[in-house]
Each structure stands twice: as C-alpha cells, then as structure tokens.
Design a protein around this ligand. Sequence first.
Ligand code: UT7
Length: 333
Amino acid sequence: MTKITAAITAVGAYIPEYRLTNKELETLVDTNDEWITTRTGIKERRILKDASLGTSYMAIKAAEDILKKKNLDPKEIDMIIVATATPDMSVAATAAYVASEIGATNAFGYDLAAACSSFLYGMSTAASYIASGRYKKVLVIGADKMSSIVDYTDRTTCIIFGDGAGAALFEPNEEGLGLQDEYLRSDGVGRNFLRIEAGGSLNPATHETVDKKQHFIKQDGKTVFKYAVSSMADACVNVMKRNDLTNEDVDWLVAHQANKRIIDATANRMGLKDENKVLINIEKYGNTTSATIPLVLFDYEKQFKKGDTLVFASFGGGFTWGSIYLKWAYNSN
Ligand code: UT7
C-alpha cells in the first residue's frame, strides 16, 4: 500500500490595509526608527483599524483566497483549524464561525492556542489527520488581531506586533512529499515571561484588572529572546540531524517572524550560508503571532519548487516551540 503523507497544496492570505510605520510609532511612544530596525528588523506592521472586526474577518478572507485559487467547493473541506492567540471571543470557537461563513458546511473546526507556535502545531495536527487517512482536506489558518491586545503606550511591545492572516490547505500525497518529520516541545516556565495577566480563569476580568492594564500582552523581552534563540535553533538542528539533512540540503528556512536577530541566529546554527534561503518578511508585517509562518509561505510561494526542502521553526508564549521538515509539493504558475 502506498504511504500517505500530508502536503501543502495551496496558500492564501489577508493583510489589513493600514500601515503602522516606525515613524508613526515615534509619535506614540519614546522610540525611533533606527532602534526598532536594528533591534527587530521591523519597518512597519499592518493594523485592522475597524474596531467592529475581529480575527475571524481576516481568517475568512485568507480562507476565501485559497477557495478562489483552487476553485475549491467549500463543502469538500473536512476540517478547519484556526491557530490564534486572539479569538473573536472565548468559548465560541472562531473556527466554527469561519467554517460557516465560507460555506464549509461539512467541516468541523476548532481553535488552536499555542501563541506564536499555534500554526506550527496546527500543521502537525492537520498532517496527522491526513496521514491517518481520516480526512482529505484540512485547512489551517493562522490569524491574529494583535492590535486588540497591545498597549500602545508600552514601547517594549507595541513596536513588535501586527495584524494579519495566512492559510494553508493540507491534502494527501502519494509521492512522499509534504510533512516528513517534526520536533515539537513546550515548557510552562514561559508563562512567567510572556502573557496576558487577566481575563482567564486564574484572574478573571474586573474593573481593577482593566485599570491595571492587565488585559494587554506583556513580555520580558530579553528572557524570551534568550529562550527563543536557543530553543528554535536546537529544534531545527535536531530535525536536520535525525533526517540526515546537511545545510546544503535545506532549500528554505521558514521561521516565525518575531525578531530578525532570532531568525539569523537560528540560520547560523543550521549553517545556512546563503542568506537567500532564510525567508524574511518581518520588515513588512512585524510579529503577527499565528500568521507569520503562512504569511512567509504566501510571500515566497512562487520561489518554491516541487521537491524543495523546507525547514519550519517557531517559538512563542507558553513557552511553545519546534521545527518541522516538509517537502514542497507543487510548482506555482
Ligand atoms: O513571538 C513571541 C516571542 N517573542 C519574542 O521572540 C520577542 C523576543 N524579544 C525581543 O525580540 C527583544 O528582546 C525586544 C525586541 C523585545 C527588545 O530588544 P532587546 O535588544 O532585548 O532590548 P532590551 O529589552 O534589552 O532593551 C535595551 C534598551 C533598554 O534601555 P537601557 O535599559 O539599556 O537604557 C530599553 O529600555 O532599549 C530600551 N528600549 C527601547 N528603546 C527604544 C526598549 N524598547 C525600546 C523601544 N525604543 N521601543
């Protein structure tokens, strides 16, 4: 019997129009373009300005992009995972709403919350369902409206995050392409260093939590940075080693875009000498949390060739991190 693997067969995206530039941030907090650029690599990020719209708006647009490109009947979709740290609301899964809005009436869906690693974990889930033979079309959408949880008076976070959505369709492959291996990990120590303090069951919302600004994202950037650099690089090197991949074998590094310095350090540990293999778009979008990885796929899709070796990497709140080795399954154009 032919082994079934799970391949990405299409990518889609939605990016809000409004560009929040480093220059504009200079008018909001004590910062400057030079500091932001050299410390993070970010020049601007997109913001979903309409306060009446949530993460689902962007997730739906990214999903519709794929439906259009593939000329796909939404009724064929079996499952939808919305990877997000900013669901429309708690309890009611954003994925269920997205499925209904795009007409995926034969699908079930749920949200996957693992902060910046949500999309990577979602890839793993989708691929497992496909490889098991249980489902044939699984849509993984990474979407976050980070502007809904960012304090625009806090210069240590507001310069980093942006809004956006990206999506990937997973389907069975019988040529051995698609997801090959993964190394995923988590460590609860992370909740001391990157979190939203209130609004969950541990510390429910009160007038006081609002007054104390405890519903905004906060991080100890330096500590998170250190963990991110070592964990992301370790995960990638691990995946390379156990699959006998040399630096020459890796065609593309698709990393979570949190800080260009973290990505460069990871590429360095992997021995990637050709900087063109290290895919970067952080300058345009900032850190869109669950959306960074599919947005990289979307921006660079045309450069990927069938059979190319992609190594994915992420690190995020929790902490959650990991690496995935995937063989690209199609040529664009
Ligand atoms: O995606 C989820 C995971 N998150 C991450 O991976 C984020 C990881 N962390 C980082 O990317 C970096 O730590 C930051 C970009 C958040 C900060 O960069 P850093 O090089 O670690 O800066 P720092 O926090 O050590 O601050 C250095 C200096 C400080 O001033 P002093 O104490 O040296 O005088 C800060 O007060 O820079 C100051 N600073 C700023 N200056 C201008 C902090 N934020 C800013 C700012 N503009 N926005």
